[in-house]
Ligand binder design. Structure first.
Ligand SMILES: Cc1cc2nc3c(=O)[nH]c(=O)nc-3n(C[C@H](O)[C@H](O)[C@H](O)COP(=O)(O)OP(=O)(O)OC[C@H]3O[C@@H](n4cnc5c(N)ncnc54)[C@H](O)[C@@H]3O)c2cc1C
Length: 415
């Protein structure tokens, strides 16, 4: 289908079906049945098999019309794409629709106190006892776990196999007595993460995904979506249109909950957009050493934007060259955020340490300084990206390993 044909068909369908007076879940069920909730998904699973570009045309029409789209924000997206790739027919039937309608919320339960970068070193234990998987262990840094009804979880099912082979991947119901979620307070004052304690938490056998011992392959699918930068913003639009109906009001409430853990994410990217205006306002633009650092920052961020546009153009043109562009872009984002933090400090001086309504940019500058460190950690640290780039782009020899052989014999930290 051409873009114009898609636009016409979506427009016709919205004319016949869109009503802002419906309840949000009622509207989303109509959307799923109409095949417009996730048009890039396969036809036999609520989609139309569209390309990403075709799906973007659909989103644009929804936005123009003020129509609300599917609930595809944050970890829900990680869960749905993983279930689509590895789930059984039964799992797809049970889980995909309520993700699209927004009835189910999800979180990612991967990191542990003793395994973050070394994710395959997970030591949460899953044992099959009387026909159910029983889980014991601790997860940490789990964004949105305090809101989530379900979690995608990696646990060890075999301690005698090498570490990557003894893992399995589970779909965990968070609302059960064996799951305890404890919020963590960050140094920027926000509370996005949690610790999650599993004490004889139960998972039915039909909620093991991808087969026993195949957890690492399934986790790699989730991680590839995460590194590509899954959306933390809603698709479809209309939440703030002038004629707000019931669907918009309920969508607004859903959005506030779903986006709350991410409100500080622009600050962790360094807010390059504020630099020039602040340098002008404060007079720092006259300082030659500040100008040098601003020029360095803007060259880096423009270069990264051009590289990203070039990678996107190559992808659209069907270039099959396999480069870990996600790792390079992620590393570039860290370098830029740190340089932005440095420049904001030069411009604002000691006042950059002050928060509150009378501080620089109402506390935004202070929030930048204490949020930027997170970008070098989340979704794989800078050092891990450098390892990937050195081995896969530069062809350096693989790092020496001391973690081969049965997992139970490997020296490790906690757990
Ligand atoms: C904003 C944010 C959101 C997050 N959300 C989630 C979430 O929703 N779910 C979830 O499960 N986790 C989440 N995490 C956790 C994140 O995935 C881990 O913090 C990350 O993988 C790093 O693990 P770690 O903190 O255990 O650090 P470690 O792995 O202990 O690393 C400590 C230091 O050692 C370095 N290092 C480790 N291994 C190597 C190596 N092989 N070579 C060189 N240097 C190395 C690291 O680069 C780092 O500097 C989140 C983290 C952040 C900051």
């Amino acid at each position: 289908m051409t873009d114009d044909e898609i636009r016409r068909e979506v427009g016709r369908w919205l004319d016949e079906n869109w009503s802002p007076d419906l309840a949000l879940i009622e509207w989303r069920n109509i959307l799923v049945d109409g095949g417009w909730a996730a048009p890039h998904w396969p036809e036999d699973h609520f989609g139309r098999g569209f390309t990403t570009e075709q799906a973007a045309v659909v989103t644009a029409v929804f936005e123009e019309r003020g129509a609300v789209g599917a609930a595809q924000i944050g970890p829900r997206r990680l869960a749905s794409e993983t279930i689509l790739a590895h789930g059984s027919q039964d799992q797809k039937q049970r889980y995909l629709r309520p993700i699209l309608t927004g009835e189910h919320t999800w979180c990612q339960l991967f990191s542990e106190p003793g395994s973050g970068s070394d994710l395959a070193g997970a030591s949460t234990r899953a044992e099959l006892i009387e026909g159910r998987w029983i889980l014991n262990g601790q997860k940490v840094w789990n964004t949105s776990a305090h809101h989530a009804g379900f979690g995608i979880l990696l646990a060890r099912t075999d301690w005698d196999l090498p570490k990557h082979q003894g893992l399995s991947y589970f779909l965990l119901n968070m609302r059960q007595p064996g799951v305890e979620v404890r919020p963590l307070k960050q140094m920027n004052g926000h509370q996005s993460f949690n610790e999650v304690f599993l004490s004889n938490a139960e998972v039915p056998t039909e909620d093991l995904i991808g087969g026993e011992g195949n957890g690492w392959a399934v986790a790699k699918t989730t991680l590839s979506f995460e590194r590509r930068g899954f959306s933390r913003r809603p698709t479809g639009g209309g939440a703030r249109g002038p004629n707000q109906g019931r669907v918009h009001q309920e969508f607004e409430v859903e959005l506030q909950i779903a986006t709350e853990p991410y409100t500080w994410y622009p600050q962790r990217e360094g807010r390059v957009d504020l630099v020039l205006s602040r340098a002008r306002e404060t007079g720092a633009i006259e300082d030659p050493s500040v100008r040098q650092e601003i020029a360095k920052l803007l060259s880096l961020s423009t270069g990264a934007a051009l590289a990203s546009a070039s990678a996107e153009a190559k992808r659209k043109a069907g270039t099959t060259e396999i480069l870990p562009t996600g790792s390079i872009a992620k590393l570039a984002a860290s370098v830029i955020a740190r340089q932005a933090s440095h420049v904001h400090t030069m411009i604002t001086g000691a006042d950059a340490m002050l928060s509150g309504s009378e501080s620089a940019e109402d506390g935004v500058i202070a929030e930048i300084l204490v949020s930027v460190p997170a970008i070098s950690i989340a979704g794989g640290t800078d050092e891990i990206q450098k390892n990937i780039i050195s081995e896969r782009v530069l062809g350096m020899p693989r790092a020496q390993r001391s973690d081969t052989g049965p997992f139970r014999d490997i020296k490790r930290n906690a757990g």
